[in-house]
Design a protein around this ligand. Structure first.
Ligand SMILES: [Zn+2]
Ligand SMILES: [Zn+2]
Length: 273
């Protein structure tokens, strides 16, 4: 029996004798099955072929990603606060060094995940740190490996700990969420948006999509709803879904401008250009 992990998207499945015929996350219109077909590995194999790397983005916030890049290239963020440590988003590979380092920093009070592309091997992380995994109930049908550690939250907001709030954005996924860390960026506030609001390559703007690889846009209504959900929070910095997708300062104003640009674009603002 083997808990197979999809090499294209990083999702782990419950233990079984043979690999699943198809990965439901890859088969969804938001992702894709590689031209070489569906491939599978396991945590045991990943621990031999890959390792995790760490980047301290700012005090008390460390990015954790796998090298060489695996699956979608997901990376998790470890946020350390006086109220406890939280892992935001998740990655497939949980290795010995990562367990040792996180435990040395005080372990995890909770794991919270933005949307199904980061569910990866969340059950393994929950077990290693005896931590609950918070996911939005609207996305529960995308859970491939059910586990008693999964805690479903509903509605628009959920406070993990003082100063750490989950915010439902929707759009990319119905339950797609962001994490607000009030104490981040020297007290100016940090927002971790994954790809609910994606920091673009220019690191001066955001975009919003149902599918990034297959380029399926969202509606104006959905993007305005993302802007409205995030508007009440104070934040200066945004960490998106990859190591280098960060808007260091002025992110709130940039988010407002990006929502307006997106809505304008799909309503014809560029028609004459
Ligand atoms: Zn997959
Ligand atoms: Zn995604």
């Amino acid at each position: 029996m083997q808990a197979y992990i999809c090499t294209a998207c990083g999702t782990q499945y419950p233990p079984r004798e043979t690999p699943p015929p198809l990965c439901s996350i890859c088969a969804d219109e938001r992702q894709f099955v590689p031209t070489t077909g569906q491939g599978w590995t396991s945590l045991e194999k990943l621990r031999v072929s890959h390792f995790n790397a760490y980047r301290e983005h700012e005090p008390n916030l460390i990015g954790i990603g796998t090298q060489p890049v695996f699956a979608i290239g997901q990376r998790a963020l470890l946020i350390c606060t006086p109220a406890g440590n939280v892992l935001w988003d998740c990655i497939s590979l949980l290795d010995g060094a990562t367990i040792t380092l996180i435990k040395a920093l005080g372990g995890l009070k909770a794991i919270a995940i933005s949307h199904p592309h980061f569910y990866t091997s969340m059950a393994e992380w929950a077990r290693a740190f005896a931590a609950p995994v918070h996911v939005h109930a609207a996305d529960r049908n995308w859970i491939m490996r059910p586990d008693p550690a999964l805690k479903f939250w509903d509605g628009e907001r959920h406070e993990l700990a003082p100063g750490l709030t989950l915010i439902r954005c929707g759009g990319h996924f119905a339950g797609g969420s962001a994490l607000h860390w009030a104490g981040g960026a020297g007290g100016r506030g940090v927002l971790c948006t994954a790809d609910m609001a994606t920091v673009n390559m220019d690191r001066k703007s955001f975009t919003f999509m149902r599918s990034y690889p297959n380029m399926i846009p969202l509606s104006a209504k959905q993007v305005e709803a993302i802007g409205a959900a995030l508007e009440p929070f104070n934040f200066d910095r945004v960490y998106s879904h990859f190591f280098d997708r960060i808007i260091d300062t002025g992110a709130k104003q940039i988010l407002r401008q990006s929502v307006a640009r997106y809505v304008g674009a799909i309503n014809g603002a560029y028609d004459a250009s």
